[in-house]
Design a protein around this ligand. Structure first.
Ligand code: BMA
Length: 356
């Protein structure tokens, strides 16, 4: 549980524990921003690569390039990185980003006053496949205490803890076991019971505490939209979770772009209104932990879709997914020269949207 001091914003005060001041500070920063009616804009992998470039020599690179900055003149307030691969002791994550670069970028962004969030697309400990390997529904069972992969999984958690400890207490948002109601990751809805899922989350939380990892704010982020009941069906508990998140993307189907955009706005608003009620009741922060439209095929996506979707909700941040440097159509943020640059600029200059 993260100690929080919320001044008169309807959230329940929580006890203060001076041993872990970093996460208290970060939570207060997020709460203050929400209370001021602001939403921080975030982008995945922002300082490590962009649509057509990547940092080659992280040691000698100041990590000052950003697709978002190229377009808007400012850095995203929130940057996401993925820790997939840390569990194996790899030097680079699953997308080829060195963990040393992630550490350097995290500290740099933090110094700049920004917020960093980590997701974890880790390997499948039972089959040896990746996060998306759903060939067995025994994986979560196998890593819980008494399971055949328990010891190995604890070693994976310890490697994660070692990396987090190497940040020297810099506070970050940690968002493991995401999109867990859908069934595309080995910890997904049809791949384990709610009790097994909660036990997995708890094991992760407790192991980080045992390894004395400081500075984590824990985010729970099922794929939305969902009813409150479905959202809470695998909720690990108020004593663990600090931020209620959700991942919702816009998908263009047979009915075309216009319908997809309208569906997206309505799904996001429905989910955020559900989250607002839960977060008020439980004294939690909330965010749109992942979102976007692949390839930004709507030239007015920022001002006519994302902005109306989040307008008026107390979301601490929204994060659009990565601009892959090696897959030309796989991008969710603007980049210099792309047609919806101007629309992003207008979005980024709104009074309630925060960049740095
Ligand atoms: C997914 C895609 C993949 C990537 C993964 C982890 O959504 O972007 O290409 O490997 O996230 O970053």
């Amino acid at each position: 549980m993260i100690p929080l001091l919320f001044a008169g914003c309807g959230r329940r005060p929580r006890p203060v524990d001076d041993e872990i001041p970093g996460n208290r500070l970060l939570a207060s920063e997020l709460a203050a921003s929400v209370d001021a009616g602001k939403v921080m804009y975030g982008h995945q992998d922002d300082l490590s690569y962009g649509h057509s470039w990547k940092v080659e020599d992280w040691k000698n690179d100041d990590l000052e390039r950003s697709d978002i900055k190229d377009v808007s003149g400012k850095y995203p307030a929130v940057i996401g990185f993925d820790l997939g691969g840390i569990e194996l002791g790899n030097k680079e994550n699953l997308d080829g980003v060195p963990f040393d670069l992630i550490r350097k970028a995290t500290l740099k962004h933090r110094e700049r006053g920004g917020v960093v969030t980590f997701s974890w697309h880790l390997r499948n400990p039972l089959t040896g496949g990746d996060s998306w390997d759903i060939s067995s529904d025994q994986v979560v069972a196998s890593v819980l205490e008494g399971g055949e992969k328990y010891e190995e999984f604890v070693l994976w958690l310890d490697r994660l803890a070692d990396f987090l400890n190497s940040l020297g207490g810099a506070p970050v948002i940690f968002r493991p076991w995401h999109e867990n109601i859908g069934s595309w990751f080995w910890w997904g809805g049809k791949l384990c019971s709610p009790e097994q899922y909660k036990a997995l989350f708890r094991l992760t939380y407790e192991r980080m505490a045992e390894k004395k990892v400081k500075g984590l704010l824990w985010c729970y982020s099922p794929n939305g939209p969902l009813s409150a009941e479905d959202y809470m069906s695998r909720y690990p508990g108020d004593e663990i979770v600090d931020i209620l998140g959700t991942d919702i993307y816009e998908y263009v189907g047979q009915d075309g772009l216009e319908a997809a955009g309208e569906r997206y706005v309505s799904q996001v608003r429905q989910m955020l209104s559900t989250l607002e009620a839960i977060s008020k009741e439980r004294g939690k922060l909330m965010c749109l932990s992942e979102t976007g439209l692949e390839g930004l095929v709507d030239p007015h996506w920022w001002t006519e879709r994302l902005y109306p979707a989040i307008k008026g909700f107390p979301v601490a941040y929204v994060l659009t997914w990565r601009n892959a440097h090696d897959k030309p159509g796989h991008f969710y943020g603007p980049w210099k020269g792309f047609e919806n640059e101007e629309d992003f600029k207008v979005f980024s200059e709104k009074n309630d949207i925060v960049l740095l």
